[in-house]
Write a new protein. Sequence first.
Length: 286
Amino acid sequence: MSDSRAILLVKCPDRPGIVAAISSFLFRHGANILDLEQHTSEDEGGVYFTRLEFQTVGLDLPLEDLEAAFGLDVAKPFAMEWRLTLASVRKKVAVLVSKHDHALLELLWNWKRGDLRADVTLVISNHPDLREAVESFGVPFVHVPNSKDTRREAEAQMTELLAGKADLVVLARYMQIVSPELVARWPRRIINIHHSFLPAFVGADPYRQAYDRGVKIVGATAHYVTEALDAGPIIEQDVGRVSHRDAVDDLKNLGRDLERRVLARAVKWHCEDRIIVHGNKTIVFR
């Protein structure tokens, strides 16, 4: 993605003239629209969503002034929820992880290859096991023990570590519940990954439970974290088929593969400003 691009995300009540107002405004100020995707929902009388990319090279005023003018001339009359970002501004991503490394390493590999438009700034773990693997990528690793009894103190330390280093927090198989207070610090900016058996197989060893029931599909779900456990807006999911020939370990291996790929896609889309949250759903322009 070129450094001379800006990205505009919009959500507003649907009505005639929205596209014309946006495109006319950008044309008047010298912007060249490169890509535009849109969607209109049928709920609540219709809600309009759009993601638009435009070149900033020919703008007749600084981007900050363009942003202010758009707010007055277009966003306010159409009651828009909106944000404008530069493609050149890379988001800072911090990762929380426990002992499982598959989802974390996929993110680090994507980042190292240049496939993730972000900077991985920090990895925090409640176990020391993955220090060597993380530091081999040149990323700082901090061990912060965490348990039900020490959660308040652990999260206070984590919050201090994350200050200024995280536009997005990724739970890459972080096997601890995060408090509502922590979630409130990064609203719609914490992404979690887990298997898609919920709510059918809750608790310990879900793959054994699934095997015992003879499931035919294994899946993974990436979602934004909210105060409601594992119930936030879903960003991405994927599934793989299994058969009676597959053992519990086969299900786990397939599940891990799905988790790492699903999480990587969700993080990539967030960092590229492709997601609009609407209630407990997401609109993903991909």
